[in-house]
Design a protein around this ligand. Structure first.
Ligand SMILES: Cc1cc2nc3c(=O)[nH]c(=O)nc-3n(C[C@H](O)[C@H](O)[C@H](O)COP(=O)(O)OP(=O)(O)OC[C@H]3O[C@@H](n4cnc5c(N)ncnc54)[C@H](O)[C@@H]3O)c2cc1C
Length: 369
């Protein structure tokens, strides 16, 4: 049995965890945020140095606090986002424990959870919000010959700046925003090839004089679920003011079909030729970082079972910050607040014993102990 005093434990103090904390307070519940890092600012300090937001400041706010600044149409830099999240966390009247990593979540007989941390705490919780992001779980493919390659291999999660690559032959793998941004940044310093499985799709940053995010907002495209969006756009698209297309057209940035295997000193292309490279940077995405949920048996190949962020296996467990959790904008600063309100409403309904539409899938799916 859970008691009215038991908190909702929020795992992760990034934008998702903070939005969840705010929504939890608004619902009259008590949040406790557990954050592994030193500050509740998520993974933003670890993103590469030159990163600026895709969206202008006016479309980059969490609920309840505008992204301040003289120019709402500017694209905030990485450190501006860190400063914004710092202010945002300070504005929330919630208990936030930093330096506390959740190691396991166990179900309690009769309801609720026992949350174990690396500092030795065992916290009883009425509900759990898994808001631990995916940056801690980069996806690194293993092409043939990977073990024999003597050069440097890293995921873009561990890339910071171009200078260490000066004069080197660098292969960047991937067709998404990070791959193209990093390859473009490296191009003046190194000999760069961008290796992709399919041609890169570009999306204009500005349309008829307005930023794309203005149009996503006014047309409602920001709220489209994945199934609908996939019918409109077949591949992930890279936002571009025109500089990336120009760089490819001018030969500054060379794009090739994905290589088939590593050699000791480089890679083999699809046409059988080989090419020496000093470093390979995989910008091949991330997977949810949820190993602490393993004891619940709710993960399939590391992915949670949920509908719109509400667990289909465990009542009182919800997720936040998943890619396409409910819409195109789910895993963004501008979109996570909507999902937070949704999943916390489900938690509150569960807490009060009310039967709600979003809990229906649990009746149909098997519940593991
Ligand atoms: C390179 C890059 C660029 C991006 N650019 C944009 C952009 O321009 N605009 C935009 O809106 N979005 C952007 N995003 C997407 C998204 O907004 C960010 O990834 C954002 O950081 C996600 O926030 P989050 O809170 O879900 O996860 P995170 O920021 O990753 O925060 C999760 C937190 O959980 C903590 N944690 C993890 N495991 C545990 C545990 N077991 N116990 C306790 N704490 C734990 C971590 O320390 C971390 O602080 C970008 C993402 C990347 C990778």
């Amino acid at each position: 049995m859970t008691t009215p005093k038991e908190p909702v434990v929020i795992v992760g103090g990034g934008q998702s965890g903070l939005a969840a904390a705010r929504a939890t307070l608004s619902a009259g519940l008590r949040p406790v945020v557990l954050e592994a890092g030193a500050e509740p600012v998520g993974s933003w300090p670890d993103y590469y140095d030159s990163l600026t937001l895709f969206s202008p400041a006016r479309y980059s706010s969490l609920p309840g606090m505008a992204f301040e600044g003289a120019d709402p149409d500017r694209y905030p830099a990485r450190d501006d986002v860190v400063a914004y999240l710092r202010r945002y966390s300070a504005s929330i009247d919630a208990e936030i424990r930093t330096g506390t990593r959740v190691t396991a979540v166990h179900p309690r007989p009769g309801g609720g959870y026992l949350v174990h941390t690396d500092s030795g705490d065992n916290i009883t919780a009425a509900g759990v919000v898994a808001a631990s992001g995916s940056f801690g779980n980069p996806h690194l493919p293993v092409p043939p010959g990977r073990d024999t390659y003597a050069g440097e291999v890293r995921h873009v999660a561990h890339y910071r700046r171009p200078e260490p690559y000066a004069g080197k032959r660098v292969l960047v793998v991937g067709a998404g925003n990070s791959a193209v941004q990093v390859a473009y940044e490296l191009a003046p310093h190194a000999r760069v090839i961008l290796a992709t499985r399919s041609p890169i799709q570009f999306m204009p940053q500005r349309i008829r004089g307005r930023d794309l995010h203005h149009w996503l907002h006014v047309t409602g495209a920001d709220l489209l679920p994945r199934a609908v969006l996939n019918r409109l756009i077949r591949h992930a698209a890279v936002l571009d003011t025109g500089v990336y297309r120009d760089a490819i057209a001018s030969g500054l940035l060379v794009r090739r079909e994905m290589f088939t295997a590593f050699t000791v000193r480089g890679v083999i292309w699809a046409d059988g030729t080989d090419e020496p490279v000093d470093a390979v940077i995989f910008a091949t995405g991330y997977r949810p970082h949820l190993d602490y949920l393993t004891p619940l048996g709710t993960l399939v190949d590391g992915m949670p079972r949920h509908v719109g962020g509400v667990s289909t296996t465990h009542q009182g467990l919800v997720h936040l910050g998943l890619e396409f959790q409910r819409s195109f904008s789910s895993n963004t600063l501008r979109g996570v607040g909507r999902d937070a309100a949704h999943v916390v409403a489900a938690l509150a309904a569960h807490r009060s014993g009310r039967s709600r539409r979003w809990l229906q899938p649990m009746k149909r799916l098997p519940v593991r102990p």
